[in-house]
Design a protein around this ligand. Structure first.
Ligand SMILES: [Zn+2]
Length: 190
């Protein structure tokens, strides 16, 4: 299913993202933002000296987990844009004041119905192919300790894929890289 509809136009969002998310109005005082060169970066700033708002466009951290059983990895099929119908590792954006370990456990529960215990940090990835925001993806290794596997709101389907039969349509480059890195680190003997 294509993402380009009235509510989600991936191409348009991607262009906006690369243009300071298209923000033009100061969220503090309502004046028009102006582009200025600050610290070697083109930033949108508020010209009002008393306001002084600067839009620092930073990546958004996300966290998730790699769960492997019997040489098969747990993936979810996306039900929300972007990349509806593509598969990815269960993960999601951090909420305010959350620790990434909490994000990973919460997202696993929301997307897969499973209770998981994190076993340690796997890797950190930087991704710029999501039209909503550039992301820093923090991936943990985890194991299932409870719950019942069932797709949540963000997922159409949840299932284990043998590493030898991974789907072609993986949603994001960082997830493709993570699966390749996992194979290199833990499956090189198989
Ligand atoms: Zn302002």
């Amino acid at each position: 299913m294509p993402d380009s509809d009235k509510t989600f136009d991936a191409g348009k969002l991607m262009a906006l993202k690369d243009s300071h998310s298209g923000y033009r109005i100061c969220p503090r005082c309502g004046k028009s933002l102006e582009a200025r060169e600050i610290d070697g970066h083109r930033r949108m700033i508020c010209p009002d000296n008393e306001c002084g708002f600067v839009f620092y466009q930073n990546p958004i951290p996300a966290a998730g987990a790699i769960i492997v059983e019997n040489d098969s990895v747990l993936l979810v099929k996306r039900s929300h844009p972007p990349r509806i119908g593509d598969w990815c590792l269960p993960a999601g954006f951090m909420e305010w004041k959350e620790h990434p370990t909490q994000t990973a456990v919460r997202e696993l529960k929301e997307e897969t119905g499973l209770d998981v215990k994190l076993r340690g940090l796997f890797e950190v990835y930087s991704g710029d192919d999501d039209p909503r925001a550039n992301a820093v993806l923090i991936l943990y290794l985890a194991e299932i300790v409870g719950g019942e596997m069932a797709p949540g709101d963000d997922a159409q389907e949840v299932r284990f894929f043998p590493f030898t039969e991974l789907p072609d349509d993986i949603a994001f480059v960082a997830h493709v890289q993570a699966l390749a890195d996992y194979t290199e680190r833990f499956r090189s003997e198989t």
